[in-house]
Design a binder for this molecule. Structure first.
Ligand code: PLP
Length: 473
């Protein structure tokens, strides 16, 4: 069946719908002589046979290499202007014991944003002093736990939190190092950024209160004020938004630094990755240099010493290292204006990848179990959930002969997929398998229906007898 011009403008008809676009897939992903996609040295057909589908596959060497590259790029850029940089891995992208070990062995700290993330980071052996704790509504219990654990920094997100953290530290008889999250009014996404005087969002305090609240933090003997923090958004492809934000923050930073030394400036995360062949993020080395130069210039203008820099990349460390494998269950051509759209439904969906439904995210996919000579046709990869918005890949050209039983691989699912996974329709969450040098191992066990049943207290025999007694009374 012929394809259609209903494809989004950014999606080009490929010369070869089997080809793996550079930058979108793990660095060493390739097809073997049988046309099978190979990840971490293992054909995906073997992974599917051994672990089932859907399956999250993470290329361990890829994560380690990307973590090391981020660290080197940001530290080299900082050094080139005469300062240093600390890099925290933003665990919200994908946190598990193995990931914590890989990124910390690469030299990164860990940024967590809930008691649960803190628990995983600590259990995996992350050095508490190299953990940063975020969140716009940390509970007092979470703050107390972080202080007691010796977490290196807590990022204060609101005026109310100043006293909460100060009191928790005072009760513990400790001095807690803190940052203040500031909303710079710059919001960036991909290659565009928006600069306003205020941003209407829940995170941080407004820039015009940064000096007042920084001074308030300094008035607490149980707090050690490291500096300002800002995170301007995600999937950012160049340094312009970071530079604009840093420039704005530096006015407040300088005012505070003139009173007493302010050692750090944390510019958050948000470095973009290629989800499709149309995405072309600037190499991190160049972005890092652009940011470092903007900070150096700002400090010269304001006449203050260069602070140490800190960053919190998440997606750029794990995103491209992850691939999700699905088995095709049904295929149907649907007539649409000007042609046909082919729906391939897979055995997962919005429970393992919510980003498409949540943000309209775009992905790339390929038949992973074989190559095909069939001409490319426009596909939409749908999930198995009872929801019309349950789409995994909105638009992709795949060989026209996609058929039930084929394995499909969706690229760049290492970030914010497993983290956002859910049990919609009581679908168990898939396992995460790490591949490296031809070996595969489960790093997060997949859920089973028994797991789902086990949490349902209403199925418990004692609950049923309680209800019966209640009904009799
Ligand atoms: N730091 C903070 C404060 C964030 O809110 C986020 C993401 O939401 C990150 C870092 C990581 O962003 P990314 O995964 O886009 O690098």
């Amino acid at each position: 069946m012929a394809s259609t011009d209903a494809a989004p403008p950014w999606l080009r008809t490929p010369d070869d719908a089997n080809a793996l676009a550079p930058k979108v897939w793990p660095e060493r992903a390739h097809r073997d002589a049988d046309g099978r996609l190979v990840l971490g040295g293992i054909p995906v057909t073997e992974l599917a046979e051994r672990f089932g589908t859907p399956l999250y596959v993470v290329d361990e060497a890829d994560v380690r290499a990307r973590a090391a590259r981020m660290l080197a790029a940001l530290q080299t850029a900082a050094a080139s202007v005469g300062t240093s940089a600390t890099v925290y891995y933003a665990g919200k992208a994908f946190l598990s014991g193995a990931i914590v070990r890989w990124v910390t062995e690469a030299g990164l700290g860990v940024d967590v944003c809930s008691g649960g993330e803190l628990a995983i980071a600590l259990a995996a052996g992350a050095e508490p002093a190299r953990i940063g704790f975020h969140g716009n509504n940390k509970s007092v219990a979470e703050i107390e736990r972080a202080v007691a654990a010796g977490v290196g920094t807590i990022v204060i997100d609101s005026e109310i939190e100043i006293e909460r953290v100060a009191d928790a530290a005072a009760r513990a008889g400790l001095v807690q190092r803190v940052r203040l999250r500031v909303n710079s009014g710059v919001h960036a996404s991909t290659h565009e950024f928006l600069a306003t005087s205020h941003e209407d969002q829940k995170f941080g305090v407004s820039l015009d209160r940064a000096v007042e609240l920084g001074t308030r933090i300094r008035s607490h003997p149980s707090l050690d004020f490291l500096g300002l923090h800002c995170h301007i958004g995600s999937q950012i492809f160049d340094s312009a938004g970071f530079a604009e934000s840093a420039e704005r923050l530096l006015a407040a930073h300088a005012e505070l630094a003139r009173v007493s030394p302010l050692p750090e400036l944390n510019l958050g995360g948000g470095f973009g990755i290629a989800y499709t062949a149309a995405d072309d993020p600037t190499p991190i080395e160049e972005i890092a240099l652009g940011i470092a130069e903007a900070v150096a210039t700002g400090c010269r203008v304001h006449g203050v010493p260069l602070p140490k820099l800190a960053f919190e990349p998440g997606r750029s460390v794990v995103g491209t290292a992850g691939v999700t494998l699905y088995t095709v269950g049904t295929v149907k051509p649907v007539p649409i204006e000007g042609g046909w759209r082919h729906y391939a439904s897979v055995d997962g969906g919005m429970s393992d990848n919510l980003r498409t439904a949540l943000y309209g995210a775009h992905y790339s996919a390929r038949i992973a179990s074989r190559e095909s000579d069939a001409p490319p046709a426009l596909f939409r990869i749908a999930g198995k959930h009872c929801e019309s918005g349950d789409i995994v890949v909105d638009a992709e050209y795949l060989p026209h002969d996609v058929t039930p039983g084929d394995l499909l691989a969706v690229a760049a699912t290492g970030a914010y997929c497993w983290s956002l996974a859910n049990n919609y329709n009581h679908v168990p969450r898939p396992a995460v398998v790490a591949v490296r040098d031809g070996a595969a191992r489960v790093i997060v066990r997949g859920e089973t229906e028994a797991d789902l049943l086990a949490r349902d207290a209403g199925l418990d025999a004692s609950d049923r007898s309680d209800a019966a007694e209640g009904a009799d009374a």
